[in-house]
Structure formats: C-alpha cells, structure tokens
Design a protein around this ligand. Structure first.
Ligand code: CTP
Length: 431
C-alpha cells in the first residue's frame, strides 16, 4: 500500500518548534514527510533538526547552491499528497492569498495541485486584523483547509485566540483530509496505526477492524456526530462545563461504524474513550466545536448533535486569573453560544439528515417536539434525565424517539449501545 507523502511547510513563528512534533506524529502514522522552511522559520528551529529526523534535504532557498534540485519548488509540490503549513504566520497567509511567490514556500504553494491545510499561529491582534481574516476567507474560497488557532496564553503573555491548535489535532485533521481525498479518488491508501490518545484516524472498513459488518445498511452514509460536553473559559484556569461523559455519542459512532458508515466525531470534553476506527476531532468550547463541525459538514450525509453544548459562555474570558481578594460577590456576564444543531439544520443542503437530543426534566415529549420544530430537525431523541438509568454518565438510557410526522417511539431502559442501534434504525427508515 502506498504511503501518503506530506510536504510540511514551516513559517517563522515561535510555534515553529511544534512543527517538529507534527512531523514526528505524521511519520509515526506512516507518512513520508518532506520539509520546507521560510528563512524566518530557521531563526526559531534549525533545518538540521528536520533533516536529521527525515533524512532529507530541508529546502529554505531555491537559489542555495547546496540545494540538490534546481527546480525544487516545482518538484517538491508535485510529489506530495498534502501541503501542510505549521505554523502559518499572518505573512505567509497573506502571500498565499495574494499569489506572491518570493521565496521557496510561497512559490511551492503557487505550484501546488495537492490539497493545502494551514494551521495558523499568531498574536490575537494580528489574527483578528481584518487584513488577516480577509486573506483567510479568500484562501477558504480557493479551497484551502484551515486548522483554526485556539484560545490560550500566547508567547506575548496575553490570553486570546491565536495559539496553534494541539499538534495531535492538526495531525488528526491532516490524516483525515488525506484519507478522505484518497477515498474520493478511489485509492486504497493507508497511514498505518495512529495510536495517540483521543485522536485516531483509521480505516472505516469494518473488516480491517475485525468487526463483522453483519448489517451494513449505513455503508453509503457519512455520519458526523458531536459528542461530550463543552468547556467555556472564565479565565485561564476556570471554566463552565457539564457532566456529559460522551458515552451516548461514542456508542452511536461505534454502532454506525459497525453498520458500514464512515464516521467522524467532533468531541468536546469526554471521560469515555472514543471507539476504534472512527475519526475523532476535538472542539473543546462551543465555538471550537462549531468551527470543527463547519469544516466537516460538506462531506456529511447525516448530522447527529449528541454533545451537551454549553448554552452560554462568558462574554469575555479574563486574560489573567481572577483573584478573590476584595470581592465578596462576583458576577459573570454570559452570552449565548452558537446553536450548532439549529445552524446545521438551517443551512442544510443535499438531503442531510439532522438529528438532535433533548435532555429534559419535565414534559419530556412536549419540549422535545417543540425543539424539533424550532430547530427544524428530522428526529429528536428525548430523555428524562431525572429517571434512574437515564442521562449523564450512565451506561444505560431511557429514551423516546420522535421523528417528523411520526409517532413517538417509547423505549425501555437499555444499554446506550443498544439505543444507538435503535436510533440508527430510525435514521435508515427516514432515508
Ligand atoms: N445543541 C447544539 N448547540 C448548542 C446547544 C445545543 O448543537 N449551542 C444541540 C445539542 O447537541 C442537542 C440539542 O441541541 O442535540 C439540545 O438542544 P438545546 O436547545 O440545547 O436543549 P436545552 O439546552 O435543553 O434547551 P433548553 O435549555 O431551552 O431546554
């Protein structure tokens, strides 16, 4: 089986050192990696580090006499399955967006026909600049994929958005894109095992997983599921969250996988382990989960909102730890988070089926039905979380399935894995 070949472009930011870890994880996943660096990137990490670990020449300058290939930017870009930029500065994003090719990496981008994925990292103000956002929008319109930066403490000691996404997540998304592209081209390509915790990209072919797909009635479906709870930052050490374990969402992912579906999970915070053989992306806050979902939606044929997304988040996460001295009371100002499920339903195209969950404490069916109408869903799985054996962290659930125009299906207490199959049965009927 052919291995994927990734061109890793490193531009000049403090996060350049993290590109070494990205390279290592890609290699561990079975990819061949060739590295190109901008001149500024070499101020942060020595090309020798990459050369020693890849065994290949690291190109910084086409005109360097030590460069073994006289038309390197063409040959480099033609031989790769993905151009992955980690980290991407505002400058390199600006060059890509505007067709400027004044160094090796920007020339490589212009000469590249492979998919491109960019993981930006920069100071919050630079990230939020209209010029940067304009360039990103332009690149998105050109078909470039982004692994958005996350909020956190930055090198400049401020807290805000601009921190490079976790390297595991970057690699997970890169491998997902490589696999999806290969599947689209009908190729049998592999990345090998990817054993990092919480991140797995593996074959969706149940036979390879040793699972017998007795019933493969979902083999034509690509199911996107949100799972777990979200965390909304109050300050760098505190957050608002909930008790969701992710068990129900992961049970659905596992059941759908066993029935032949291609499954992608966007997981918030979970205590349960994700099943093998499904793609797992992380989106810890409602905002991050929303971004990850938007990035995946185009391919999906079914969307299931199984996550317990926080309905409200602090208006402004404090930059520094909030101190209690002199404060007898503290008021947090909260704003509504994006309703991922409602937005997916509102913007759906191509017959996407949209399924939601409703955790209620009273008038369960009444509230669930009105949720289905208000959010424009095809199906709602409602449960009364006050009943024993239902709801958060339990291995069982007691649910009522409601479908548009259909009768309510009251189900007895059953393991979440069994309930997952009952939900999927109803999804199949809606097709
Ligand atoms: N959901 C979502 N994004 C949000 C909030 C909820 O995708 N910001 C999804 C959940 O994954 C779940 C469903 O919406 O599928 C739950 O609906 P929601 O309106 O959040 O239920 P409640 O929070 O219980 O609403 P309310 O408080 O009004 O009862």
């Amino acid at each position: 089986m052919n291995r994927f070949h990734v061109g890793l472009g490193v531009s000049g930011g403090i996060a350049a050192y993290k590109a070494v870890e990205v390279m290592r994880l890609l290699q561990k996943a079975g990819c061949e990696v060739s590295v190109a660096m901008t001149r500024h990137a070499t101020e942060f990490v020595q090309p020798l580090t990459f050369r020693a670990l890849t065994g290949g020449h690291v190109i910084v300058d086409d005109y360097d006499p030590a460069n073994p290939d006289p038309i390197a930017h063409i040959n480099f870009s033609q031989g790769i399955d993905l151009l992955l930029i980690v980290p991407a500065t505002a400058n390199i994003i600006g060059k890509f967006a505007n067709g400027i090719a004044d160094d090796f990496l920007s020339s490589t981008y212009l000469a590249c026909t492979a998919p491109v994925m960019i993981a930006p990292a920069m100071n919050t103000t630079m990230w939020e600049q209209p010029a940067t956002q304009r360039n990103i929008e332009r690149l998105r319109a050109d078909g470039v994929h982004f692994v958005e930066p996350v909020a956190g403490e930055l090198a400049c000691k401020t807290v805000g958005t601009g921190k490079l996404e976790d390297v595991e997540n970057i690699v997970s998304q890169a491998l997902g894109l490589l696999t999806a592209e290969a599947q689209r081209r009908g190729e049998e390509r592999g990345t090998g095992a990817f054993p990092e915790k919480g991140v797995s990209i593996e074959s969706n072919d149940p036979r390879r997983l040793g699972v017998s797909a007795v019933n493969d009635d979902l083999r034509d479906e690509r199911i996107l599921i949100t799972v777990g709870g979200t965390r909304e930052a109050i300050d760098p050490v505190r957050f608002i969250s909930n008790h969701s374990s992710g068990k129900m969402g992961f049970a659905l992912a596992e059941a759908a996988r066993d029935r032949g579906a291609e499954v992608t999970v966007v997981a918030g915070v979970t205590t349960a382990e994700p099943p093998e053989g499904v793609r797992v992306l992380r989106g810890v806050s409602a905002e991050e989960m929303h971004t990850a979902v938007k990035g995946e939606l185009e391919r999906a044929t079914v969307f299931v909102g199984a996550a317990a997304v926080a309905d409200y988040a602090p208006v402004n996460a404090a930059d520094a730890k909030i101190k209690k001295e002199g404060k007898e009371q503290l008021t947090l100002e909260l704003k509504k988070t994006p309703d991922i499920l409602a937005e997916v339903a509102r913007n759906r195209t191509n017959g996407l089926l949209v399924v939601g969950f409703a955790a209620e404490t009273n008038d369960v069916v009444g509230y669930a039905r009105s949720k289905m109408e208000k959010k424009g869903l095809d199906m709602v799985v409602a449960n009364d979380i006050t009943r024993e054996g239902a709801g958060f962290n339990s291995d069982t659930n007691i649910a009522t399935i409601l479908t548009r125009g259909g009768e309510a299906i009251d189900l007895p207490k059953m393991p979440k894995r069994e309930l997952a199959d009952r939900i999927l049965d109803e999804i199949v009927k809606l097709r």
